[in-house]
Design a protein. Structure first.
Length: 91
């Protein structure tokens, strides 16, 4: 684990996080092209760029850090439910 992640509260596999974006059962709302692009960019940054390079996990202090701000309330709820299936509490 990278030093920057040692005190984080939660972790999720970047592959599991990516699954939320690819699943048609999580993000279902009606969005403009630009909103979808922003959601995709937000999530892609987590699972393609910001993951820990030693173990391929995303580390956060709050699950909300993984939730794109553009999501509707329903999609936000579904995403958090999905993440809670895969997220691991640290220490």
């Amino acid at each position: 684990m990278e030093e920057r992640n040692k005190n984080k509260k939660y972790r999720i596999s970047s592959v599991d996080y990516e699954g939320a974006l690819l699943s048609r059962h999580v993000i279902k709302g009606s969005y403009t092209f630009w909103e979808l692009e922003s959601i995709r960019t937000f999530m892609t940054d987590w699972y393609c760029c910001d993951f820990d390079k030693t173990d391929a996990y995303d580390y956060v202090d709050d699950i909300e850090e993984l939730v794109p701000p553009e999501l509707t309330d329903s999609d936000r709820k579904r995403l958090i439910e999905y993440l809670n299936k895969y997220i691991e509490k640290m220490n």
